[in-house]
Structure formats: structure tokens, C-alpha cells
Design a protein around this ligand. Structure first.
Ligand SMILES: *Cc1c(COP(=O)(O)O)cnc(C)c1O
Length: 365
């Protein structure tokens, strides 16, 4: 069997140990004679699976007692609606920081129901940095940001000060990549398919006082935090298998030393790649120093002619794939290439990528 190094931005690579273990339990989960895919979500055998996943989230992220951990569906994108519908009730107004694609989508969605103030943006330089914002004040129901910008490759190196205004953050592509102080946030959410497991489940960590009794009028039941929290994420059938896989990935994260252990690994990988890009005369990183993601690394070659650049990028991506380094195409809004090096990407994957880049540079420039 040969496995590739998968640099996809999501769904993305999972630890091989996790996949092997899941495969071994596929037909008969712990003597139950069933696959986790087949069992009732209300059964005695499934209960410990979801409890284990929740306990691991709490332990690994140091989630304070006054927060709920929910396993929901609809991906990260559904949170773009749930947050304004549930939190935008008092002032009907929120502050957004626009750092590209996912935060732009989130603010456009919120604007369907509430007033949106874009209080900072990095649009002026094509979202290649994180704006520095001073303490945020005002009559806002919440402040919203995307902590790691999967597509642009930027990442916050600080948490904006919002006083008593709840801070909501999309951590889909950086959850558990490094320690994070949950108590600074009102809501954290992450679609699982980047750093936590397969697609299909979205993790939401929400402070108890933000679970509103009465969301905006007309909010569907499925979009009410209160309904899901009261039902322990079992208002309807949860994505059982995805939750099971998240539990396995979290066990793996714990074995690697938790968030601290992940950070050590991730810094080593990212430093190696950024150092290479910064020293290269052929390639360069697109994001400014001080705002660079540990997880998503977009880069370009020095070819500036758009047509020639497109051709050389295409050649890069296809030759890399032929060597087992797959999904390196950049997002169309950035161009070039992007290496997503999530928790599960081993250091050897980054080494193999750099080796390939070196050879490709020699042969083509
Ligand atoms: C992938 C991604 C999303 C969208 O997630 P879906 O699960 O596809 O809805 C949202 N935010 C960020 C930061 C992402 O990386």
C-alpha cells in the first residue's frame, strides 16, 4: 500500500494510526457486532463515544465549566448564520474583522438579519496580513473574526480585546494546532474536516450565558443553540461516525502531547517551510511575517507574467502529484500553490515537499 502526502486544505489528511484503528473496528465495534455507522445514537454503546469526544475536547482545550461543547451539522458555514440569529438579539448589530474569504462570507450572511460594522479589514493588501485592532467598544452584540484564514494563509498572533462584548471566532483550520485561551471567547467553532476528523460534524464551544432563550424571530429549531444544548447535541440524529472519528483524532492529539505537543510539531514544520521560502530566489510566501499561518502556507514562484505563471504553477502541481505530493494547487483568489500542513501532516511530508521544490526550481528556472 502506498499513501500520498496530502496537502489538501480540507478535507485533509488524518493520522494513519487513527485510520488503521477505525478500519479494525469497522465491522464490529468493541464486540457490539455492529459498525459505529449502523448503531442507534441513543444506544448504550454510542453514548460513551460522544461523551469521550466531549471530554477530550474539554481536557485538551481546557474548556471552562461554564461552556457547552456541541457537535452540530451544516459545517462551519452554518455557524455564519447561527451566530447572528442567536446572538444578534439585543442591539441587532455586530462588529466584524474582514480578513478574506471565510470572514467575508460570514459578515455577508450576518447582514441578512443584523447590522454589520466592518471595524477592520486587510482587503487593501489582498488579505496578506492580520490587521491590528485596538480595544473594541460600542453597542455590539458580539465581535467576529476568523482566527486562521485557510485560503489566504494568515493567522492572528494576538486575541483582540473586546471587554464585555463576546468574541466569536472561526477556528476551523487551526483548532488544537496550538494552545488557545478559551475563556477569552464567547463562541469558538470549527468544522471538523481540517484538523479534527472527517467532514460532517462542526464543533461549537459556547459560553452558557450566550445560549439565548429566544433567538431572532423565525430562527429554525435546527439553528438554535438552546435546542441543541438542551438536548446534549441529540435534538436530531447527530453525525455519529464523524463524532467517533473526532474522538479518535483527539486521542491521538493527546498522545502527541496535546495542544502544546501539536504546537511544537507545527512550528517545526512551518518554520522549515517558511525559512525555505524566505531564502529561495525562486519561490516566496504571500503572507507578511507576523501574520503567517502554521497550517496553510500559500506561495508563488517568481514568474510574474500571468500566463506563464499559470502554466508553471500547473506544471508544479501535476509533477508534485506524480511524486505523491497531492493537492498543492492554490486557491483561485490567491493563485500559485498552497501547502496545508495540518496537525496530521508529518515532518517528513514537509521535507519531501521542499526536496521536490528544490528540484523543480533547478529544472524550470
Ligand atoms: C473550510 C472552512 C469553512 C467552511 O467550512 P464548511 O464546513 O465547508 O462549511 C469556514 N471557515 C474556515 C476558516 C474554513 O477553513
Amino acid at each position: 500500500m502506498s499513501r500520498v502526502y496530502n496537502f489538501s486544505a480540507g478535507p485533509s489528511c488524518l493520522p494513519e494510526e487513527v485510520l488503521t484503528e477505525a478500519a479494525s473496528e469497522m465491522l464490529d465495534y468493541k464486540g457490539s457486532g455492529q459498525s459505529v455507522m449502523e448503531m442507534s445514537h441513543r444506544s448504550a454503546v454510542f453514548k460513551p463515544i460522544i461523551e469521550n469526544a466531549e471530554n477530550l475536547v474539554r481536557r485538551l482545550m481546557n474548556v471552562p465549566e461554564n461552556y457547552k461543547v456541541l457537535f452540530l451539522q451544516g459545517g462551519g458555514s452554518t455557524q455564519f448564520a447561527m451566530i447572528p440569529l442567536n446572538l444578534g438579539v439585543k442591539y441587532k448589530k455586530a462588529a466584524y474583522i474582514d480578513t478574506g474569504t471565510w470572514s467575508t462570507k460570514a459578515l455577508k450572511e450576518a447582514a441578512k438579519w443584523i447590522d454589520v460594522d466592518v471595524i477592520a479589514s486587510s482587503k487593501d493588501r489582498n488579505y496578506t496580513y492580520i490587521p491590528k485592532v485596538e480595544k473594541i467598544t460600542g453597542n455590539y452584540d458580539y465581535v467576529y473574526l476568523c482566527f486562521n484564514n485557510t485560503i489566504k494563509g494568515s493567522h492572528y498572533e494576538y486575541i483582540p480585546e473586546t471587554g464585555t462584548i463576546p468574541l466569536c471566532a472561526d477556528i476551523s483550520s487551526c483548532i488544537l494546532s496550538e494552545p488557545l485561551d478559551v475563556s477569552r471567547f464567547g463562541i469558538l467553532f470549527a468544522g471538523a474536516q481540517k484538523n479534527l476528523g472527517p467532514a460532517g460534524v462542526t464543533l461549537v464551544i459556547i459560553r452558557d450565558d450566550l445560549i439565548t432563550e429566544t433567538p431572532l424571530k423565525g430562527t429554525p429549531s435546527m439553528l438554535s443553540y438552546k435546542i441543541h444544548a438542551d438536548a446534549g447535541s441529540m435534538y436530531n440524529t447527530p453525525p455519529c461516525y464523524s463524532i467517533y472519528m473526532v474522538g479518535k483524532v483527539l486521542e491521538w492529539v493527546e498522545e502527541q502531547g496535546g495542544a502544546e505537543g501539536m504546537k511544537r510539531r507545527n512550528v517545526e514544520k512551518a518554520d522549515m517551510l517558511y525559512d525555505y521560502l524566505d531564502r529561495s530566489s525562486v519561490y516566496h510566501a504571500t503572507v507578511e511575517k507576523g501574520s503567517r499561518s502554521l497550517m496553510n502556507v500559500p506561495f508563488l514562484t517568481k514568474e510574474e507574467d500571468p500566463e506563464k505563471a499559470q502554466a508553471i504553477n500547473k506544471k508544479f502541481v501535476s509533477e508534485a502529484a506524480a511524486e505523491g505530493l497531492v493537492n498543492l494547487a492554490g486557491h483561485r483568489t490567491v493563485g500559485g500553490m498552497r501547502a496545508s500542513i495540518y496537525n496530521a501532516m508529518p515532518l517528513d511530508g514537509v521535507k519531501a515537499l521542499i526536496k521536490f521544490m528544490d528540484r523543480f526550481a533547478e529544472e524550470n528556472f
